[in-house]
Each structure stands twice: as C-alpha cells, then as structure tokens.
Design a protein around this ligand. Structure first.
Ligand code: AMP
Length: 251
C-alpha cells in the first residue's frame, strides 16, 4: 500500500500516519522529519535547508525529491509507505509519479485531511504549549510568523495537488476535524476500498463503510479561514458523499 496524507500543517497527518504504521506494517516517510534530522546532524543538506525551514518556506523540489526517491528504495519501504508532507508542489507530485513508474509502482490513494484554519492554529498552539510544559526543545518553525508562512505555502503551492489527484481518481477527502479515532476509521475504510480496487480492478467491488468511518467522511465541510477562499461545489460534494468507488453496498 502506497499512500499520501495531504493536509496543511497541524491537520494531523503525522498522528494518523503513526496510527497506520503499526496496523498495516507501512513505513512513515515524513520529509519534515528527514530534513530536521539533516539539520540536526549538520550535513550539507541540513545547512542548505536550515534557514528555509526556520522561515516556514518550502525547500527546493529537487532536494526533497532526491531524498524521498532514495528513501523509498530502502528495504523497509518495500511493503508500503505513507508519505507525510510529500509531495507539496505539483512538480514534486510529477516527479513522484515518474520515479514510482520507473520502479513499476503506483500510488493506491491520496487522503486529504480537511480542517479549518482557526482549529489548526489552536492545535499548533496546544502542541507548542505541551512541548514547552514538557521542557522539550521547540521546532525552529514553531512561531507565529513561520506558521503564517507555512499556511501560505500550503495554500499557494500544495492545495493545487487536491485537483491534481482528483483528476487521477486517487483523492479521498476526510474530515480532519472529527475525533482522532474516527479519522483513523475513515482512513481504514479508504484503505480497504483501495486494496479491494487494486486486487479486483475490473470488477470494481464496492466495500462497506462502517457508520463510525462514514461519520468522519460525511461531516459538514469545516469553515476555512478568511484568506483561503471558498470551496467549490465539487469540493463540498467530496466531503458529503462517498465517491462511487467506495459507496457502501446495501446491508
Ligand atoms: P513538516 O514537518 O512536514 O511540517 O515540514 C517542516 C518543513 O520542512 C516545511 O515547512 C518545509 O520547510 C520543509 N519540508 C518538508 N517537506 C517538504 C516538501 N515536500 N517540500 C519542500 N519542503 C518541505
């Protein structure tokens, strides 16, 4: 299973990825973690990206694509992986398609965690406060200015990936505002539908959607912050209506 978790900073991608790792034996490939490790280790790559990351801006596409391509070749990624924080731009997504195709691989699903911006800010503030209380060192980009830049970069450069993956029939949108276990259950449903579809593509067998997961998949679209713009009618449908591929079969 090869998945992408898509969503703005603080949407819960890391939390959900960790919950899926044990369950499915997948590895979590977080580009943010890889880059932070490089910064900590003081490698050439780390020195190159340190200031960019501290500002909350995106690192160059070729740098990030290079580390992901190398990482998916490691033996532990053979069973499958969850990309957390990658791709973040259309050129990154195109590079991913190319190098996966070159290895005879393809993505099974792209899961968008949709959240509202006010809730995001609260989540990040809570995380920062908890880390402070535990005496843990804060990330260089855990400050209001860098956070604004991270959200701006998401809207401008990463949000276009929603249309990119929708056009390819891979996008599944989940309400990231639902309680954590409900979000996980909704992801589980997407994954079981994706594995059925992968095993039996011609028959297009529909999977069942459990009520708990359906709740996270069909909650009303969260309101978004002022500058983000409004959702299209098509986007709203993605939240309210399971797509034909994973519509529940009659009980
Ligand atoms: P994250 O931990 O995913 O929030 O990433 C932290 C920071 O790492 C981002 O703000 C970027 O500076 C950098 N970064 C992580 N992933 C990418 C990516 N796919 N493309 C460019 N920059 C990235």
């Amino acid at each position: 299973m090869k998945l992408i978790l898509l969503g703005p900073p603080g949407a819960g991608k890391g939390t959900q990825a960790q919950r899926l790792v044990g369950k499915y034996g997948l590895v979590q490939l977080s580009t943010g973690e890889m880059l932070r490790d490089a910064v900590k280790a003081g490698t050439v790559l780390g020195l190159q990206v340190k200031d960019i990351m501290a500002r909350g801006a995106l690192c160059p596409d070729d740098v990030v694509v290079g580390i992901v391509e190398e990482r998916v070749e490691q033996p532990d990624a053979r069973k499958g992986f969850i990309l957390d924080g990658f791709p973040r731009t259309v050129p990154q997504a195109e590079a991913l398609d190319r190098f996966l195709a070159g290895k005879g691989l393809s993505l099974d699903a792209v899961i968008e965690l949709r959240v509202d911006e006010q809730a995001l800010l609260r989540r990040i503030e809570t995380r920062v406060a908890q880390m402070r209380a535990r005496g843990e060192p804060l990330r260089d980009d855990d400050n209001a200015e860098a956070l604004r830049e991270r959200l701006r970069a998401y809207r401008k450069l990463t949000e276009p990936l929603i249309a990119y993956y929708r056009q390819r029939g891979l996008l599944r949108t989940i309400d990231g505002m639902a309680p954590i276990p409900d979000v996980t259950a909704a992801i589980d449903q997407v994954l079981s539908a994706a594995s059925v579809a992968a095993e039996d593509k011609p028959k297009r067998v529909a999977s069942r959607v459990k009520p708990l997961a359906a709740k996270a998949m069909t909650r009303k679209s969260p309101k978004r912050g002022g500058t983000a713009g409004s959702r299209t009618g098509k986007d709203k449908m993605a939240l309210r209506k399971p797509s034909a591929r994973w519509r529940p079969s009659p009980a």
